[in-house]
Design a protein around this ligand. Structure first.
Ligand SMILES: Nc1nc2c(ncn2[C@@H]2O[C@H](COP(=O)(O)OP(=O)(O)OP(=O)(O)O)[C@@H](O)[C@H]2O)c(=O)[nH]1
Ligand SMILES: [Mg+2]
Length: 381
């Protein structure tokens, strides 16, 4: 079974542990929109359950201790009348955010942390919504946001491996933005994006990535939802007594991690087919060449060149992803939903479960793009 490893990079307080707890809570049951579920090992499941029960009582997670580096492993499962099948395994690393900011070198390098960074299939940078919000209201409050951005960017840059992998940014605490009832919309996300682009580290990374074909996304999420936290006069957040969390879009980063990895692998196939003479050309031209190479490859050729864990992808889905790379075909969420519902009927082993989950992820990605077009940071030339 294949394993997909995700590392979230976020300084202390940015929301890593809360996000993990609510992502699991949201995905522990198979539903219509997310027709798969996450199953952790028993002991880890109990611990996540405790964390979430704490949230139900207004208790936020403790600051993660420096020595605690934990890989949370989940089976991504699909249940049908025929049984339960595992599509792949998901590993999520949680650790103390202090590792990223406070005096690097002061702490012993942690073997599990270092190894996870090196092996990550997807890297996610966490941007603390509260810090962004405070800066937008009062531009003198720039330091905290600056530190958040530079800590995240430094660690992404430090590992060359990730320059090729899809990089996403999760905008946490999205519930703070907008009015008290509804999650803020695309216009607010545009404003946030403009704010982030003022920071050199962020802007230069977006504009100068070596792999211009890998999407970069800014995904607003709220682990707690509207009405759970109240912003205090001193700028801090406090839980509203009796409120329960209502996670928003916490499944989207996971979905995009896999769909964008798929896109990137397909692009790499085209690059390998045509690498030596084109690699040095400017991004826009390179992209055009890759598109035409891809358009000329049969799906069988692409499949053979994919890494093993993606080789099980079925014909229709592979063509779908190839077309996304070639002409950025419009995805219609409605169509993808039907496709995805139909594929549930076909699940009867690991391979069909993998394809079903990937289709479901494509549907979720489509929802994000419809709801928040501004979430795409790097527009391919
Ligand atoms: N409004 C709002 N606040 C949130 C949300 N998620 C986290 N928070 C706030 O952010 C605080 C820190 O969250 P944690 O999940 O502990 O942050 P962390 O990244 O794990 O921090 P370390 O363990 O120190 O690395 C929480 O206590 C909440 O106050 C959210 O979705 N909405
Ligand atoms: Mg934590």
């Amino acid at each position: 079974m294949s394993v997909h490893k995700i590392v979230v990079l976020g300084p202390s307080g940015s929301g890593k542990t809360t996000y993990l707890a609510s992502m699991y809570e949201r995905l522990k049951i198979q539903r219509q929109e997310t027709s798969f579920f996450l199953q952790p090992a028993l002991t880890q499941g109990n611990e996540l359950g405790r964390l979430y029960q704490g949230l139900m009582r207004g208790q936020l997670p403790d600051k993660t201790l420096l020595g605690n580096v934990t890989t949370w492993s989940f089976n991504c499962n699909v249940t049908t009348a025929k049984g339960t099948f595992t599509a792949f395994q998901l590993d999520y690393l949680d650790y103390a955010g202090e590792r990223l900011t406070d005096h690097p070198g002061q702490y012993d390098p942690h073997p599990e942390f270092t190894q996870a960074m090196e092996e990550a299939d997807s890297v996610v940078g966490l941007l603390d919504g509260l810090k962004i919000y405070q800066y937008m209201r009062d531009p003198t409050k720039m330091t905290a946001l600056y530190e958040n951005i530079s800590a995240v960017m430094k660690h992404i840059q430090a590992n060359r491996n990730h320059m090729r992998s899809p990089v996403h940014f999760i905008l946490t605490k999205w519930d703070i933005f907008g009015d008290s009832e509804q999650m803020a919309g695309n216009d607010m996300l545009k404003q946030v994006r403009d704010v982030l682009m003022k920071f050199d580290d962020f802007r230069d990374f977006i504009n100068n990535r070596p792999n211009k074909n890998a999407p970069i996304r800014l995904i607003p999420v709220s682990a707690l939802g509207k009405g759970y936290m109240a912003l205090q006069a001193d700028g801090s957040l406090r839980p509203i007594p009796g409120a329960i969390p209502k996670p928003f879009q916490v499944e989207i980063p996971l979905a995009c991690a896999l769909t964008d990895k798929m896109r990137e692998e397909i692009t790499t196939v085209a690059e390998r087919a045509n690498l030596h003479d084109t690699a040095n050309k400017a991004g826009g031209i390179l992209h055009k060449i890759l598109q035409s190479v891809l358009a000329g490859l049969t799906s069988a050729q692409i499949r053979r060149a994919l890494p093993e864990r993606f080789r099980e992808i079925d014909e229709e889905l592979l063509t779908f992803f190839r077309d996304l790379v070639v002409n950025e075909a419009m995805k219609r969420a409605e169509q993808l939903r039907e496709w995805q519902a139909a594929s549930l009927q076909t699940v009867n082993d690991q391979k069909t479960a993998f394809n079903h989950v990937l289709e479901n992820f494509a549907y979720l990605e489509g929802i994000l793009e419809e709801r928040y077009p501004a979430s795409s940071l790097a527009i391919t030339p």
